[in-house]
Design a protein around this ligand. Structure first.
Ligand code: GLY
Length: 366
């Protein structure tokens, strides 16, 4: 069964369509939303031989142009962006063309930013193929590349015209990538939906085994939760920051590791545990909630401790330095998303560096 979720943003509303075999219907969806407009597909190179790319291009029509982008976080760079612009220009792409992005978060973020800026903006459709991009990065219009100073620091809020989530694309997704997306899925329960967290405690393994019914249900819950937040706060002036639970820590770890060794979800998983532990330290959150989240992560094989990510010692001062480059930082004061319990996240904007430093030293950093 297909599920449709509306993202209601004043002038930029759009639909998220979720189901199996969505790509098979792409020709009729294109006609319905864009008539006879030309299309171009930007895809992750590792999908070159995939049935999804073949099917997408065949259905969109043989005349559909395609651009491949190398896999991996390295593609979220100024260099790759420039290559992409050049390919769009050399293919004579104008504003009447619709870009389809096929791949995970890297391809969606990079292509979305190219769409936001190419000829001052052209329409794009997200066709996410990883669990992480299906429940998070393809929805809400955050587009970005990385800077030498940190992750996603150059970008724009630019909403897609449509998000097409074909659950069948997860069939070939490796377990590590499923787990990475799963950490983001848990995040939605921890922010404001304790019932969803309880559901995941019972059904998390079905998600990781790619049970279609469980996936369709959980992906729709996450997309609805995200749409609701984005509709209220498109440009992250307030509550959208809650979606960053675990990310201020996680992005710092990714930056320090140079995006090697662990996935985004693994970094976020440890980040979420630190947010819960720090909340407990500040007497906001009961230890039982900290233990409940930790037990779930361990059961599902997500990391919970900094030593699960890094084999070398990580310096507290290096993490704090990287955290200060977070986009939420104002006047050099780090903002964190903390919790009053499971499903009760809040923005904490008076983080004391001294306390954070002591906290890190008590939690495996040097
Ligand atoms: N990934 C967090 C957000 O879109 O706001």
């Amino acid at each position: 069964m297909t599920k449709i979720i509306n993202v209601n943003i004043k002038k930029n509303s759009y639909k998220i369509i979720i189901g199996s075999n969505i790509i098979d219907d792409i020709d009729s969806l294109h006609k319905k939303y864009f008539g006879h407009r030309a299309k171009i597909v930007i895809f992750d190179k590792k999908l070159s031989k995939s049935i999804y790319l073949k099917s997408l291009v065949t259905k969109l029509g043989k005349e559909t142009k395609c651009i491949s982008v190398p896999s991996g976080e390295k593609s979220k760079s100024l260099n790759s962006l420039n290559n992409l612009y050049n390919k769009l220009f050399s293919n004579n792409i104008d504003r009447s063309t619709v870009i389809y992005t096929l791949g995970g978060g890297v391809i969606g973020d990079l292509s979305g930013f190219a769409a936001a800026t190419y000829m001052r903006g052209i329409d794009y459709v997200q066709v996410p193929t990883t669990l992480l991009s299906q429940i998070d990065s393809s929805v809400g219009g955050k587009t970005a590349i990385n800077s030498a100073y940190g992750k996603n620091l150059i970008g724009a809020f630019y909403q897609p015209k449509l998000v097409l989530i074909d659950i069948n694309t997860l069939n070939s997704l490796p377990k590590k990538q499923m787990l990475s997306g799963y950490a983001e899925m848990v995040k939605y329960g921890l922010i404001n939906d304790v019932n969803f967290f309880s559901w995941l405690e019972k059904n998390g393994e079905s998600i990781l085994k790619k049970d279609k019914k469980a996936l369709e249900y959980a992906i729709a819950i996450c997309c609805k939760a995200k749409s609701k937040i984005v509709a209220q706060d498109e440009k992250e002036k307030g509550i959208r920051a809650l979606l960053n639970l675990g990310h201020t820590f996680g992005h710092a770890f990714e930056k320090i590791s140079n995006f090697k060794y662990f996935t985004h979800g693994e970094a976020v998983s440890v980040g979420i545990m630190l947010a819960f532990k720090f909340s407990n330290e500040l007497k906001c959150c009961h230890i039982n909630d900290v233990n409940r989240v930790s037990m779930h992560f361990k059961k599902i094989s997500l990391p919970t401790h900094i030593t699960d990510l890094f084999q070398k010692n990580i310096k507290s001062k290096d993490v704090i330095k990287a955290m200060k480059l977070d986009k939420k930082t104002v006047d050099n004061i780090i903002k964190l998303i903390l919790v009053k319990g499971i499903g009760k996240a809040f923005i904490y904007d008076t983080v004391e560096e001294r306390k954070l430093n002591i906290f890190f030293k008590n939690n495996g950093f040097i």
